[in-house]
Design a protein around this ligand. Sequence first.
Ligand SMILES: Nc1nc2c(c(=O)[nH]1)N(C=O)[C@@H](CNc1ccc(C(=O)N[C@@H](CCC(=O)O)C(=O)O)cc1)CN2
Ligand SMILES: Nc1ncnc2c1ncn2[C@@H]1O[C@H](COP(=O)(O)OP(=O)(O)OP(=O)(O)O)[C@@H](O)[C@H]1O
Length: 184
Amino acid sequence: MEKAAARQLLIKRLTNLAQQADKQQEQQQLYQQLFALPQWQQAKRIGLTISQALEVATQPIIEAAWAAGKTVYVPKVMPQRQLAFLPYTATTVLVQSKFGLHEPAYQAELVATDFDLLLVPGLAFTAAGKRLGFGGGYYDRFLAQHPQKTVSLALSPQFYTTADWPVERFDMTIDHVITVKQVK
Ligand SMILES: Nc1nc2c(c(=O)[nH]1)N(C=O)[C@@H](CNc1ccc(C(=O)N[C@@H](CCC(=O)O)C(=O)O)cc1)CN2
Ligand SMILES: Nc1ncnc2c1ncn2[C@@H]1O[C@H](COP(=O)(O)OP(=O)(O)OP(=O)(O)O)[C@@H](O)[C@H]1O
């Protein structure tokens, strides 16, 4: 399947899941697995996104990070398809971008490029860390410039044994993909 068709299929499946109570249960499982990882426990600086409705909700992760005294950074989309990660605290004012994403204001002196752990969003992932994103190439570009320890959280419709979309030369591999244990 082409990437564009695979994205449409994943968006459809995630729309369905978002309407089911299963999504909450799956998310709880993903959070517990994340919080159990030494990479999470040891991380002082965490990069992650402010989630959109179809994605794994990141607010509980952000709150857990704050509660554990970690510093949280979230991305802002910049020209030339770059990402700028800026600190996110309880008092940060977020602005909705033209893509509908909630982002902090750009402040050059606050931009961070190195984290102890970067949570990478996406539409689909394989066990070996292959990733299909929303199509901007933002994370592939960022990770090519700034290699990091990476983790992604995959809801059941997002997890694949092998990629059934084309994996290209520039696609960066995620170190660790967490997924749900099948309960059905
Ligand atoms: N919650 C969340 N935030 C995130 C990401 C994400 O996946 N999830 N990103 C993950 O990368 C980055 C933003 N990713 C984007 C990916 C694609 C397009 C995009 O398709 N832009 C089109 C126009 C789309 C439209 O017509 O509205 C374009 O630039 O032409 C925009 C942002 C950073 N923030
Ligand atoms: N390191 C890079 N340098 C320049 N261009 C890149 C790089 N990585 C990816 N791209 C470009 O970005 C475009 C989108 O890539 P792709 O479809 O893999 O995005 P994605 O990983 O799904 O999106 P995202 O990372 O934003 O969630 C491609 O056209 C590709 O050529």
